[in-house]
Design a protein around this ligand. Structure first.
Ligand code: UD1
Length: 342
């Protein structure tokens, strides 16, 4: 019998890549998604890649009764991976209540349904944003968390606190929170990848959309940071590497290998690259010039972030496999395919 895993937000960017890795590792996947920032077409694409069509339930997890009903029907699931959340930083500043409501109601309903049905494994999709402006680098899981700048970021921090409180009360629940640094890239099939709705907030999709002509020029938000070239440094990680870490986290929970009931791991490469590094690599990989301009800083940006990944390497046996150029090429291939009208 295959182990069943419920994936909330499984039609989204990181969720869909994780569903593929789960299927390829012989798990049965049930996707719960309200398609608010994704499409059902992703399911067909997952089927094309894996030859398996995952079960899909269109559900708004803010609806407590419906959520409980669905989890009851799948109470044989071994674990839940929680990707379902809004994630646009700027929008969350404009509409904080919408973010707190969506990201936290759905989390609370999911955790309630999970504990009621004695599903004992939970994996949470968190973010390096919980570290705020770090005091020292690289960032380890022991580094202090701070209140994130945006309501979006704060939902991640609060979510981890909710899970921690629940674990302390629930002896049977085991959870792993994965703190992503900056996910980029797409599946090598070219069938799934990031589909930003409207104007992208994040650097990589903005660069690729500029290069294909959807955007006129990239604005580089400040070159007066205390870094080697003045532009902020981040730790970019390929989405498929990220997805594979979720499978290892599921295994760790199912095999009872956790050292404590709530574990936290950073997911990055451990390498920091500046915005100009990314632009230079992009130009090298694509053999083209990118139209960009240096402008003012963006509110809330941190000068320098990169992860220590020793813990995840040692405990989860995970390590990233892609170089920066490979990651950038992967994002570029996806963008070109999206815009290939021929
Ligand atoms: C952002 C969010 C973070 C979220 C993550 C993943 C903020 C402050 N942080 O991280 O909470 O978890 O996305 O979605 O928004 N840049 C430009 N021009 C652009 C876009 C970005 O110069 O058009 C620069 C930024 O200033 C930053 C770097 O590129 O230095 C990376 O930006 P981005 O991709 O938005 O990621 P983060 O800001 O690190």
């Amino acid at each position: 019998m295959k182990n069943k895993i419920i994936v909330t937000g499984g039609c989204g960017y990181i969720g869909s890549h994780t569903v593929i890795e789960l299927i390829e590792n012989n798990y049965t996947v049930i996707i719960l998604d309200d398609l608010s920032n994704s499409t059902e077409e992703t399911l067909h694409r997952i089927e094309k890649i894996t030859n398996v069509k995952p079960s899909f339930i269109n559900i708004d997890l803010k609806d407590e009764l419906k959520t409980k009903k669905v989890f009851k029907e799948h109470k044989d699931a071994k674990a839940v991976i929680n990707f379902a959340a809004h994630k646009a930083v700027g929008e969350s500043v404009q509409k904080p209540l919408m973010y707190y409501k969506n990201n936290l109601y759905s989390l609370i309903n999911t955790l309630t349904a999970l504990t009621e049905n004695t599903i004992n494994g939970f994996i949470f999709s968190s973010s390096a944003t919980v570290y705020g402006t770090p005091k020292s680098l690289p960032i380890t899981e022991q580094s202090k968390t701070q209140r994130p700048f945006s309501p979006y970021g704060n939902t991640k921090k609060i979510a981890e606190e909710i899970i921690d409180d629940l674990i302390k009360s629930e002896t049977n629940l085991s959870a792993i929170s994965l703190r992503y640094f900056n996910p980029i890239g797409a599946h090598e099939s070219g069938l799934i990848g990031e589909l930003p709705s409207g104007i992208p907030n994040n650097l990589m999709p903005y660069i690729t959309q500029t290069a294909v002509g959807i955007r006129e020029k990239l604005m580089v938000y400040g070159n007066d940071y205390p870094t080697k070239d003045g532009t902020p440094i981040r730790d970019y990680i390929h989405v498929v590497d990220l997805a594979k870490a979720h499978v290892l986290a599921v295994e760790r929970i199912i095999k009872n290998q956790q050292e404590k009931p709530f574990e936290i791991f950073n997911l990055g490469t451990g390498n920091g690259f500046s915005v100009l590094d990314i632009i230079n690599s992009f130009e090298e990989v694509t053999n083209s010039k990118l139209n960009y301009e240096i402008t003012d800083r963006r509110a809330g940006d941190v000068p320098k972030l990169f992860a220590s990944i020793d813990l995840v390497k040692n405990k989860l046996g995970w390590k990233p496999s892609k170089s920066l150029n490979e990651m950038i090429k992967s994002s570029w291939d996806w963008e070109r395919k999206l815009n290939d009208k021929s």
